[in-house]
Design a protein around this ligand. Sequence first.
Ligand code: SF4
Length: 299
Amino acid sequence: MTQAPPPWEWEFDWHLTNRCNFFCEYCHPQIRHVLNKKHLDEPPPALVVQRFDALDKVCLVHMSGGEPFEFPGFVELCAGLTDHHYISINTNLTSKDITAFAEQVPPARVAKIVAAIHQPERELRGLELDAYAENYLILRRHGFDVTALYVLYPPLLDRFAADLDRLKTLGVDHVRAKVFKGVHKGVRYPEGYTEEQKAVVLAGSGEYPFNRPYLDGMLAFRGQACTAGVTSFKVTVTGDVRRCASVPTGYGNLYDGTFQPAQVNQPCPAKRVLVLSQCLSYLVEPPELNDPANDADDL
Ligand code: SF4
């Protein structure tokens, strides 16, 4: 059976804000220590909507940061973008605007909401898991495709199963748990998981299909033809458009209207990829996965 083509022509992975109300230990160091302190002057929602509309392509805009709901006028932005485009969001689901979002944004135009749990930060801030589940269920009831995300940071592996059980009792029915990518105690992950830890990761992956290839070391596609830069792009917090999360080749700026895509697919130059799901979506001839999925990854 062939899969129906998606209703969008171009994809954007947009780092729309550096603001975040959390300070997760496992956040990417560049985001945690550098980005969160600068470039906090986001463009007005109407300008961004205008820029995407001017591309004259139906787009899927993946929104992450920072915490997307911290973008000033985020609900207005989502409502405007979904008039002509599709969106997906990576959020920690703590915003007071979840209900307004659910009421003002059409679920049929939201490809996915990935709602990260970040339990240590929640506990530090006295944010009950019940409140997370409440927001999760608001989105579910309104018809959104929402999945809980648990980052398998090595110090959390011992408590992961208990947290998962608690989430289930609270009605959180879709969970994905993904490998930690980064350095902990001098060890680089995902390569650094022990065999025992790998078993925990694979047993608890839930709906997330990319842990196996990460653990198998599928981390480079150098020289292979890829559509990134032609039909899919990374947008930084300043509006600069790049090829993808792993390749900084520039294509102008989305906010100031100078964005110009490449016309022809180029070979991948990356020695090591940061977001595997992007590669598997954008490579001209992606390798087969045992459990392929079309969902966007989350950084
Ligand atoms: S294969 Fe991956 S890292 Fe390489 S250009 Fe494509 S999306 Fe970027």
